[in-house]
Design a protein. Structure first.
Length: 151
């Protein structure tokens, strides 16, 4: 399998159990090795007392893009730490897009940057995630299949 096919397959395996992203109406626009782009429309139940999208929902979108990017190599990974900076508000009906990419992936740790933009391309938030690989793969390949006994 090519790296692009591996990334796509990882997303296909993760998506059915990703109730959080699906419940928030997110959609996967693209995945590749170390990259992911997701989108979400700001709904009425996501708007806070200021009439703007609650930061927690913006965070959830960025975090989901981070998850698909850092899990795109067929090595299970989880967040070790994250930081987010909110730059501009998002509003009811805005279709937000989160694009994430690996800044560094080596050994068990990775650093990923995610930008969240509004429909005009204006920057809404900048998110940096640090990932740690844990045991397991999303699917078996010739590289990670169990070795036959006796070898």
């Amino acid at each position: 399998m090519s790296p692009e096919q591996i990334a796509q397959r990882c997303a296909e395996v993760m998506w059915p159990d990703d109730h959080a992203a699906r419940g928030l109406g997110m959609e996967i626009l693209a995945v590749g090795p170390g990259t992911a782009t997701l989108a979400m429309v700001v709904r009425q139940d996501m708007v806070n007392g200021h009439g703007t999208c609650h930061g927690g929902f913006i965070f959830a979108l960025a975090d989901s893009a981070f998850a698909y990017a850092c899990n795109s190599f067929n090595h299970r990974a989880v967040a070790a730490g994250v930081d987010i900076n909110f730059i501009a508000p998002a509003h009811l009906g805005d279709r937000l897009t989160a694009h994430g990419h690996a800044r560094h992936q080596g050994g068990r740790s990775g650093t990923y940057d995610i930008e969240v933009t509004d429909p005009t391309g204006k920057l809404v938030a900048i998110f940096r995630g640090r990932s740690t690989r844990i045991r397991g793969h999303f699917f078996e390949t010739s590289d990670n299949a169990p070795s036959p006994e006796g070898r």
